[in-house]
Design a protein around this ligand. Sequence first.
Ligand SMILES: Nc1ncnc2c1ncn2[C@@H]1O[C@H](COP(=O)(O)OP(=O)(O)O)[C@@H](O)[C@H]1O
Ligand code: SF4
Ligand SMILES: [Mg+2]
Length: 319
Amino acid sequence: MIDLTDIHVDGPTGPLLRKTNFSIAAGERVGIVGESGSGKTLLALSMMGMVSDQLTVGGVINVEGRDMTSASEVDWRLLRARRLSMIFQEPMSALNPLRRVGDTVAAPLMRHQGYTREQARARALSLFEETGITEPERRLSQYPHQLSGGQRQRVLIALALACDPALLIADEPTSALDAEVALRITDLLVRLSRERDMALLFISHDLAAVSRTTERIIVMYGGDIMETGSTRTIMHASRHPYTKGLLAARPALSTLGKRRLPTIPGSVPPPQDLPRGCRFAGRCPVEMAHCATERPALILTSTGAAACHRHIADDSGGQ
Ligand SMILES: Nc1ncnc2c1ncn2[C@@H]1O[C@H](COP(=O)(O)OP(=O)(O)O)[C@@H](O)[C@H]1O
Ligand code: SF4
Ligand SMILES: [Mg+2]
């Protein structure tokens, strides 16, 4: 339903997202995973026509057969109101603190879909029921601060569903929630995607959350795709050193919430300091001499695609 071809985003100091191809089909559940600063949100914003004006977007954006590459802001707004929705990490900042949550959900129905006030309220109630909001009738007239973090995220999901979107992008939707509430929200997103045949793009730095939610995963680092494949392949037969690093850094379930999350050694450099070859050079445990200067192509493997010189060298019998 969405196809991005050679999409790229440039900032004042250079590339933030390198030429990338991406597609998601109707009803498909796809994950994007990578450390903070990998370009996950920029990729999502580019398919919503929402990249900041200070940045330049290039490439071709096709949504449900319609070329949106040079669409006007009005066209994008209409498309977002009818076909595409996005929810973010912090539900509190996305909700108006002075507005009852029922009114927040009802407003776009009246504005974009011609509902009367009563019809919009009834629809908001059914969306609250569908998203598992407790005591939905009473919640309609409550303010955001009267709800828990998990209930607030459900309100945002209800709001995102109000226009019956063909695609829901959930950008770190569980990062501000505790582990148990996060699990329930990911389960809810999977159920909604199945019941509504709605495509779901689930973005997180947490590989475990992404693997529970999706059928296919894209691993990003430094504004580049490192590896893609089915969720099973990425979790059990990954070919890329960065993905393997993310897998190794996963906390054991028994230590969840008890200590700091383990991480890949080193930290993500700012975009202007990233190597021009493989973005992971400098942190990669199996780096080769030409890695920092030559960008590895995304090469098809038997089960997906990986961008790594080592993987190519090993497969061809070298090294
Ligand atoms: N509006 C912007 N202006 C300048 N740099 C930006 C802007 N938005 C994002 N970036 C930079 O682009 C890179 C990718 O950002 P982002 O897509 O938000 O990463 P992620 O979602 O994976 O954490 C980061 O280095 C970030 O600082
Ligand atoms: S291309 Fe080189 S630096 Fe990049 S992941 Fe592969 S081995 Fe590591
Ligand atoms: Mg982000």
